[in-house]
Design a protein around this ligand. Structure first.
Ligand SMILES: Nc1ncnc2c1ncn2[C@@H]1O[C@H](COP(=O)(O)OP(=O)(O)OP(=O)(O)O)[C@@H](O)[C@H]1O
Ligand SMILES: [Mg+2]
Length: 481
């Protein structure tokens, strides 16, 4: 066996040294990690063959480690070390990538056997496994405080089986959030089954969710499994839950309460081992007052709400989102397109009612319009341009402030008396947004000569260069000299 790297996860330094010694003895290379925060750095090294996690109930919870590993090294086979010596090999219901349990103190023969198992597993998966999971799971990008918060919430809830309710306007990325939760959970190797409750007629939704037996209704020529059954062991994504009829809401509530259901026309009770993630663009609380949504179901679903903010509320994410969407088109071999600074600047004054989906469509369009070229402001559709012209026509103070499109703040009149919105304001983000706007405008006015733009902003050139780097501001022909 050639030398391989073994990731050792143990918060107890003394115990970790013992494990390291065994690994060294077998002429492999141990890398010890004792805090979750160290994991990301350790994960940057390539070529781990195996992870060993000491399953110590007294220390950091093993499930937290598994969740963290699932994010950083999703394909790494893992063995748990049980200090109490309970040895099970390949016990049935092991979470995530756990392949087995070894006794502690670790013995050479056991470690050798585990390594062989891990290496053959890695060989079977090949390099393809990694790229396959990446291809189906799009990245959730965005550095705004709002998006960082969403990512933090995903990390917090993924490891549990709690029901999650994802709220947000159309196109904000609710489905990506749902997929991320699943991918970071211990159910990640089990199915993720989405169903759009709004797109399926009420009469069909019940059999779609719970399945049906042969002859249950006219046309039911054979029995069929429903989405709950297909999602068994994994996650069920109930999209557009706000569009579900009251009749179906009752049925769903029962499954959430009792974890059991029957197929339509059947009498066998099925147990649902399914993590439910729901999403809607509707205001469910308003629907409750209109008797269109059941309050009891709302409370069942609302255990852990995640609000995905509208794009206009995190417009500082626009450049990285555009970059990511362009990268996807490029990865699919559908061309490359670049956006000029002016185009981006105009785009960040637009309100994006269709959010990231609208941005994705626009970028698709630009990629067709300017394949392998550069798209400028004049390539943007009229509705986007109109918005920017409107903003430019406003008095100068208002123009600056209108760059952050806080729901109620987009009319010039409101802008002259800026008020803290009812739901508060993220001051840091707001100021960062303003800073980015000023910098972009200054660069536009000085044709990208950073020294002159710096003068205009009364900044030192080096300070401006630092800010450009911090915000990832790039433009064609930027002259940083
Ligand atoms: N933060 C993000 N990073 C990268 N891509 C994103 C992000 N948010 C959304 N997208 C992309 O935008 C598109 C729309 O996202 P998604 O389908 O998840 O939105 P949604 O909220 O479910 O929309 P709808 O309500 O219309 O169903 C997808 O192509 C998705 O990959
Ligand atoms: Mg969706």
């Amino acid at each position: 066996m050639t030398m391989v790297k073994v990731l050792v996860v143990d918060s107890d330094a003394g115990r970790a040294r013992g494990i390291e010694a065994v690994i060294h003895f077998l002429e492999h290379e141990p890398v010890v990690v004792s805090h979750v925060e160290m994991l990301t750095a350790a994960a940057r090294q390539a070529g781990y063959a195996l992870g060993l996690i000491t399953d110590d109930p007294g220390a950091v919870r093993t499930s937290a480690w598994l969740a963290a590993l699932g994010q950083t090294l999703p394909n790494l086979p893992v063995f748990l070390l049980r200090p109490n010596g309970v040895r099970v090999s390949n016990g049935g219901a092991l979470a995530g990538n756990v392949m087995g349990i070894l006794g502690h103190p670790l013995r050479q023969q056991e470690l050798s056997a585990a390594l062989r198992q891990a290496l053959s597993h890695n060989a079977q998966q090949g390099g393809a496994a990694q790229t396959a999971t990446l291809a189906v799971l799009p990245r959730l990008v965005g550095e705004s405080t709002a998006m960082q918060r969403v990512r933090r919430l995903i990390g917090q809830v993924a490891g549990s089986d709690a029901t999650v309710l994802i709220l947000g306007e159309s196109g904000t990325g609710k489905e990506i959030v749902a997929r991320q939760i699943h991918a970071q959970s211990s159910r990640r190797d089990q199915p993720f089954v989405p169903i759009n409750c709004g797109a399926i007629p009420t009469e069909l939704l019940e059999s779609e969710l719970f399945g049906h037996e042969k002859g249950a209704f006219t046309g039911a020529v054979s029995s069929r499994r429903g989405r709950f059954e297909l999602a068994q062991g994994g996650s069920l994504f109930l999209d557009e839950i706000g569009d579900m009829s009251l009749h179906m809401q009752v049925k769903l509530l029962r499954v959430l309460q009792e974890r059991t259901y029957e197929r339509v026309g059947g009498n066998k009770t099925h147990y649902a081992d399914v993590r439910v993630i729901a999403a809607t663009h509707r205001d469910l609380e308003a629907q409750i007052t209109q008797d269109a949504f059941r309050e009891d179901l709302f409370y069942r679903l609302n255990v852990f709400p995640i609000e995905v903010p509208a794009l206009r509320q995190r417009i500082s994410d626009l450049p990285v989102l555009a970059e990511e969407l362009i990268r996807r088109i490029e990865a699919e071999g559908r061309g490359v397109v670049r956006l000029t600074a002016q185009a981006l600047s105009v785009m960040s004054q637009y309100s994006w009612p269709g959010n990231v989906r609208e941005l994705a469509n626009l970028i698709e369009r630009l990629a067709i319009l300017r394949p392998y070229g550069e798209a400028g402001a004049s390539d943007l559709p009229e509705r986007v341009l109109e918005h920017a012209r409107h903003a430019a026509a406003e008095p100068s103070t208002a123009r600056v402030q209108s760059t952050v499109d806080y729901t109620a703040l987009d009319s010039a009149d409101a802008l002259t008396r800026i008020l803290v919105p009812d739901d508060g304001v993220d001051l840091k983000e707001w100021l960062a947004d303003m800073e980015i706007r000023f910098i972009r405008q200054a660069l536009d006015l000085t044709d990208g000569v950073v020294a002159r733009a710096a003068k205009l902003l009364r900044l030192r050139r080096t300070t401006l260069v630092e800010k450009l780097r911090k915000y990832g501001i790039q433009r064609e022909g930027l002259d940083v000299s």
